[in-house]
Design a protein around this ligand. Structure first.
Ligand code: 6PG
Length: 259
């Protein structure tokens, strides 16, 4: 597994550079006349990233070649403030020239079990298959303060070992039902990229990246693409325990790259 850790001076510089990297991946795929499948993360961290893709970079992206999916969704209607789709629609989709036919949202308003099965079938029909699982070109992930990723929460390890493509999950504190890609689907991607910011997650990032004892309690530590790459895009705070010393930042705010 190829991996990299990049730490940026600011969330703004992180978002712009990560968006630029995603644009490069999309354009490389389009140059080969191949659609590019990307599964978006939810939560608040990626908002600057989606805004950069939907505005700053929008005119550089061959949107016809982009197939947009979600790594997880809350079981709420699309117009709910909790909806991951709703956030991406506001920041990315509405500003982009993305054909509606290329947007494959999880229908959070529908019965969770039925929708998990439907979404699994939709993904299977659209993406190539490897080892019994669909192959996403890129899956974006965040990480919660408890080490969850997508909607795979601690003590829900069955979602890491499941042979399903999607499954129903439940937030351990709120009880909110979610639909999530499973760990095996995520680890079958060509590329997985974490976007994590904030001092509050620095200890988790450090524990997982350095494979410290106890990291196994965090579902994010099980994200290890079998064939693909794993990249960590961190701001200075989230990466503060990973780098020993703060190097002067480069032109794009890049402080450190660890491979
Ligand atoms: C979700 C996400 C989830 C998120 C983390 C981090 O639906 O909430 O997919 O995995 O990425 O909880 O959320 P923040 O970016 O808001 O810290």
């Amino acid at each position: 597994m190829k991996s990299s850790i990049r730490i940026f001076k600011s969330q703004h510089e992180l978002a712009l550079t990560m968006a630029g990297d995603i644009v490069s991946r999309i354009r490389a795929s389009a140059n080969r006349e191949r659609p590019f499948s990307i599964a978006l993360s939810g939560g608040s961290t990626p908002e600057k990233l989606y805004s950069a893709l939907g505005t700053h970079y929008s005119n550089q992206i061959p949107w016809d070649f982009v197939y947009l999916f979600w790594g997880d969704e809350r079981c709420v209607p699309p117009d709910s403030p909790d909806s991951n789709y709703g956030m991406a629609k506001r920041l990315l989709i509405d500003g982009a020239g993305l054909p509606a036919a290329n947007v494959f949202r999880i229908r959070g308003e529908d019965d969770p079990s039925i929708e998990a099965a439907r979404y699994s079938c939709e993904i299977t029909a659209l993406l190539r298959n490897r080892d019994g699982f669909p192959v996403f070109d890129l899956i974006l992930l965040g990480m919660g303060g408890d080490g969850h990723t997508a909607s795979i929460f601690p003590r829900h390890s069955h979602l890491l070992s499941s042979n399903r493509i999607c499954a129903v999950a439940e937030h351990p504190e709120t009880g909110q039902r979610r639909i999530t890609l499973t760990g095996k689907t995520i680890n079958n991607a060509e590329a997985v990229a974490f976007i994590i910011t904030g001092q509050g997650k620095a200890h988790l990032v450090h524990s997982i990246v350095r494979r410290l004892p106890g990291a196994g309690a965090y579902p994010a530590s099980f994200i290890k693409p079998v064939y693909g790459s794993l990249d960590w895009y961190l701001d200075e705070e989230a990466g503060s325990l990973v780098v020993d010393k703060q190097a002067p930042s480069g032109s794009n705010g890049l402080i450190s790259t660890i491979r």
